[in-house]
Design a protein around this ligand. Structure first.
Ligand SMILES: Nc1nc2c(c(=O)[nH]1)N[C@H]1C(S)=C(S)[C@@H](COP(=O)(O)O)O[C@H]1N2
Ligand SMILES: [Mo]
Length: 326
């Protein structure tokens, strides 16, 4: 669709304000990260320091798209989580129940990745990654990220709003929900281990209402910290829904289906009483086993240094989404 190549008003606005900095092409963005002239106030957040960079293909994004830092989501009220901390504290139950699954998750096979979009849409379509990256303009957004387990991070995602994909496939008026399915291969995944319930409803699935998906905040991430997603974060494409608990954001998405009734989802099927479908971050609604009034900010490898702060309603995104729930 040509429509999605038209710059948004905020892009134009920001290009006028800081012409060199915000409308960065990928190459310039990289130069900036390497210290070739971009001021620290413009790119203070993206890290390029970690040893894992060797396994990340910068060229992948460079080839496909201009990377725009969306000025509306350039920062939040707390510092960015260090990249290596975020990359070593993950939930990806296909690969284990602990937080340290980043090594085993490297078994995730990314070759010939396809995302099938089907169901109640005018243009059902199976995308490969190349098409996704060419078609949807990539931007960076710094979002708060809140897990239902009462910890949080601040993460600079790279990707595109879900509404652009909706515009491409055109859901019909019967479509009321969307269901996302994660990659699953029982021969590759180790699973969450012996403590887990025996019959987990794999593959991992999640779902949103159509109007939630259409909200500008709902995002597909294809990258993080300025480069493609490491496997443990849900490569090559995952959902990011910043006003909801982290489990709403299915990783490593292979299928997107538009449906007319609310579908079953992974955690809601496993423990309905603990993981509700809506899953909006809400300090006043405790999890059955713990309070959600506060959260600890995962800020370093030293858990003793993690500050506890009050949880924000809708994770601080009420101005964008509260109207969806009145
Ligand atoms: N396929 C899949 N997606 C998933 C999960 C999972 O176990 N499997 N865990 C969810 C939960 S509970 C959280 S908090 C986030 C964690 O994302 P991160 O590891 O990139 O921070 O992924 C979500 N998406
Ligand atoms: Mo989570």
């Amino acid at each position: 669709m040509t429509l999605i190549r038209v710059p948004k008003s905020w892009e134009i606005l920001d290009r006028e304000i800081t012409p060199e900095s915000v409308f960065l092409n990928r190459r310039r963005f990289m130069k900036g990260l390497l210290g070739a002239g971009l001021s620290a106030s413009i790119l203070p957040l993206a890290g390029c320091q970690s040893d894992r960079d060797s396994e990340i293909s910068y060229d992948y994004l460079q080839e496909y798209s201009n990377l725009v830092r969306n000025p509306r989501f350039a920062q939040v009220d707390r510092p960015l989580t260090p990249e290596d901390v975020a990359a070593k504290y993950n939930n990806f139950y296909e690969f284990g129940r602990g937080k340290e699954i980043w090594r085993v998750a490297q078994a995730l096979p990314l070759e010939d990745w396809k995302v099938e979009v089907s169901g109640l849409v005018k243009n059902p379509h199976t995308y490969d990654l190349d098409e996704i990256n060419r078609k949807f303009p990539i931007e960076e957004r710094v979002y708060r990220f809140r897990c239902v387990e009462a910890w949080s991070m601040v993460v600079p995602w790279v990707g595109f709003p879900m509404r652009l994909l909706m515009a491409d496939v055109e859901p019909t008026s019967q479509a009321k929900f969307v269901r996302f399915t994660s990659w699953f291969d029982k021969d590759v995944t180790s699973g969450p281990g012996w403590l887990a319930p025996p019959h987990l409803p794999w593959p991992y699935t999640e779902s949103l209402r159509i109007d939630e998906m259409a909200n500008d905040l709902a995002f597909f991430a294809t990258g993080i910290y300025g480069h493609t997603l490491p496997k443990q974060h849900g490569a090559p494409i995952r959902e990011v829904i910043p006003w909801k608990y982290g489990y709403k954001g299915a990783k490593s998405v292979v299928k997107i289906e538009f449906v007319d009734t609310q579908p079953a989802t992974f955690w809601n099927t496993v423990v309905k009483s603990e993981y509700d479908f809506e899953a909006n971050v809400n300090p006043d609604k405790p999890h059955p086993r713990w309070s959600q009034a506060r959260e600890k900010i995962i800020s370093s490898e030293d858990s003793l240094s993690w500050k506890r702060v009050p949880t924000l309603p809708y994770n601080g995104y009420g101005e964008y989404v509260a109207h969806l729930y009145t």
